[in-house]
Design a protein around this ligand. Sequence first.
Ligand code: KG4
Ligand code: ZN
Length: 335
Amino acid sequence: MKLLAIESSCDETAAAVVEDGRAILSSVVASQVKEHIRFGGVVPEIASRMHAEAITGVTRRALEEAGVLLRELDGIAVTYAPGLIGALLVGVNFAKGLSLSSGLPLVPVHHLRAHIAANYLTHPELHPPFLCLIVSGGHSHLVEVLDYTRFAVVGRTRDDAAGEALDKAARAMGLPYPGGLNLDRAARGGDAHAYHFPHPRVEGSPFDFSFSGLKTAAVNLLHNASQKGEELPVRDLGASFLSAVVDCLCDRTEKAAIARGYQTVVLAGGVSANSVLRERMQAICKRHGWGLLMPEITLCGDNAAMVGAQGYYELKAGNVGKMDLNACATMPIEA
Ligand code: KG4
Ligand code: ZN
C-alpha cells in the first residue's frame, strides 16, 4: 500500500511517498530555518505563507522521486494536529484538494504519533508495545505505545517542552535558532559539572517533567553575569544545562519503564537527535538489558516520511477523514 504524505505543522514543508508504513520511496523536506533565523524563532504568519508557496513543488518532487503517479497511490496522509494552526491548515487544505480530485482516501495523522512512527522506518523489526519518550519543540511526553493506533500517556511536561527550554536557553546564550541543535554542537567537549542546575520534580507525579525553572535558572545566570560585565563560557554552561535536561528526561523514562514493565524504550521527536540524550539513554538501557531504538538522525526532526508511516496504520485501522476535516492546534495523542 503506497501513501503520499504531507507535513506542514511548523517550519518544514514536507512530502513523501511511503510503502506499507515501512519503506521510504521518496522524502522531500523544504526547511524554512533560513527565513526564521533572523527572528530567533518561528514566525507563524511567515511559516504559513512559505508553506503555501512551497507545498505544490515539494509534493510534485516527492511523486517524481518515487516514480509514481497520483492514481497509483492508495491514500493521502496529512498532519492535521497539533501544531501552528495556520501552518497545519495549508497542508490539510492541500491534501483535501488532492483527495477530492483523485478520489483517494484522506488519512488524518497526529503529529506526535508520526514522530513515534519514524522508528518504524528506521527499525523494521519494531512493533508495539513499547515505551516511547517523545521530545520535540512543543511536547515532552512519555507514552505507552500499546498498539499502532492506541496510546496511553504516562507522563508529560507541566510547563515548557524540553526543546522549548533548550531553544530559549540557547537563545539567551547567544546561539542562533534552532537553539537545541546549536546548543548540542556548542556544548560538545564542555564540562557538564561546571554549573549546577536544579533537577525539578513534580510532586506526586513521578513521570512528569518541568523545565521552566531550569530554563529560568540558566537565563538568570546569564543576566547576572552580564550585569557584572562577565561573559560565561557557552561550552561549559551549555554542557551543564543540557546535562540537567537530559538527566530529567532519562530519570522519568527509566522509572516509567521499570514501573510499567517495558524492556523496549524508544525515542522520538526533534530533541531525540541530541547526542547527550542518545548516549545517556543508551547507557541506562544497557545497564538494565533493555532495547533502545531511536530514529536515524534525518528522521528525528519534522518530515513527511514519518507521517506516511503512521498514515498506513491509521488507514488500516479505518481512520479516514472526511472533507470537513479541520486542523487543530492542540489534540491529545490518544484521541
Ligand atoms: O520535532 P521537531 O522537529 O518539531 C516539533 O514538532 O516541535 O523538534 C524541534 C526541536 C527544537 O526545539 C530543536 O531545537 C530541537 O528539536 N532539536 C534539538 C536537536 N536537533 C533539534 N535539540 C537538541 N539537540 C539536537 N541535536
Ligand atoms: Zn515535530
